[in-house]
Write a protein that binds this ligand. Structure first.
Ligand code: FE2
Length: 396
């Protein structure tokens, strides 16, 4: 069953009402170099930095921006920085899904009252032009959510126009930013953020998002029969009250072979974490074409995928009175893009290979034509493709 869920409108009176995804923070071994990877391959601008030159003595932070996506790459400058231990355990990956709220201290206090575990108590960074307040709670495994509230020149609308991210940041001019302007990748915002948790713990974390964050289960097409012999995963989707962010939670299931969730955990010190970020574009074909041209390593599909996809997808669309897939079918095949449909419409999606040497974090590039689901119909095709990749890594 599919439903377009509607929930009560949250207002500023609810401290856990989310305004935006403030940023996604990665812990990486070398932020200066990682910044160039994400800039050159995915079209992110290297916008701002806080490092030794701005008085940051313990870590370097690079703010990368594209559309309404803000990635913050953090690297420790000494071995006693907590990120140093995490990089040793997990390699490069996502540490923090930070959320903009009206009052970070109030959001933190309510989450704590709801039973959250603290990761960092509220603190305010300010100068004569405004302030940023941050406070963090732990979620699954090594991941945290930081609540961020902003005033004055640091307010979100100003940040989107290029104002400083926080008081210690300075802007960066880079030729890669000019190149990206001339050759846009078209990525607009974070569509969803998927976490992998331990076997048997999915429902625990579903409950956690309900109790602590006030999220609700997102009802959608994928709900029934999500675990197939191919997928070897169980997944439920949690959504914030205004559907600003959707957070599917996966746990490994018994399949024919070792699941990708299990592989992730084994290369992530058996610790839950963020598996993928789905980045939304309005034009899947243009985005994927540009990303491929830049050398993004996407998953390869079995050739047979396109023998059956149009019948599968167009049958669902016709049955539900929707237009057929309007994008050029041959170009979709040439670009290796995945297609799925449900009773609300269709979506186009494609997954990258892991973004670092460990088979952990990856990106998804997604565009939606009505469909609000996550591509369940592609699980079988995808798993066949993923298994081939796993086999090549000797991890099956
Ligand atoms: Fe996804």
């Amino acid at each position: 069953m599919t439903t377009a869920t509607t929930t009560a409108t949250q207002t500023a009176t609810d401290p856990l009402a989310l305004i935006d995804v403030d940023h996604v923070r990665f812990y990486v071994g070398n932020a200066k170099q990682a910044a160039y990877f994400y800039a050159h391959t995915f079209g992110f601008n290297i916008s701002q930095v806080a490092d030794l030159t701005t008085g940051s003595r313990d870590e370097a932070d690079y703010l990368l921006t594209q559309g309404n996506i803000r990635l913050l790459l953090t690297t420790p400058l000494s071995s006693d920085h907590p990120a140093a231990d995490e990089i040793k355990l997990y390699g490069d990956g996502v540490k923090d899904i930070a959320l903009t709220v009206f009052d970070a201290k109030a959001a933190y206090e309510l989450a704590m009252k709801n039973g959250a575990v603290s990761a960092a108590e509220p603190r305010t960074l300010s100068n004569e032009t405004g302030s940023v307040t941050v406070a963090s709670i732990k979620t699954y495994g090594r991941a945290i959510h930081t609540f961020v509230s902003r005033t004055g020149s640091f307010a979100l609308p100003e940040l989107k126009k290029g104002a400083p991210f926080m008081p210690t940041f300075r802007p960066i001019e880079s030729p890669v930013n000019d190149y990206n302007k001339a050759h846009p990748c078209g990525l607009k915002y974070v569509d969803h953020c998927v976490g992998n948790v331990e076997e048997g713990k999915m429902n625990h974390w579903v409950q956690w998002y309900e109790d602590i964050m006030g999220f609700k289960m997102f009802k959608h097409f994928d709900d029934a029969d999500i675990s197939t012999e191919y997928s070897a995963l169980m997944s439920k989707v949690m959504a914030s009250g205004n559907h600003l962010i959707k957070m599917p939670i996966n746990e490994p299931a018994q399949g024919k072979k070792k699941s990708q969730i299990q592989e992730y955990l084994e290369w992530h010190n058996m610790t839950p974490g963020v598996q993928h970020l789905a980045l939304r574009t309005d034009d899947e074909l243009a985005s994927v074409a540009e990303l491929r041209r830049r050398g993004v390593d996407f998953l390869n599909l079995p050739d047979t995928y396109y023998d059956i996809v149009w019948d599968r997808v167009n049958k669902v669309l016709t049955e539900n009175g929707h237009e057929a897939v309007r994008e050029d079918h041959d170009r979709i095949k040439d670009l290796g893009i995945l297609v799925d449909a449900d009773d609300e419409g269709y979506l186009l999606q494609l997954f990258t290979k892991p973004l670092q040497d460990r088979p952990t974090l990856f990106f998804e590039i997604i565009s939606r034509r009505g469909s609000q689901s996550f591509g369940k119909g592609n699980f079988k095709a995808l798993f066949e493709a993923l298994e081939l990749e796993q086999e090549r890594r000797g991890n099956l």
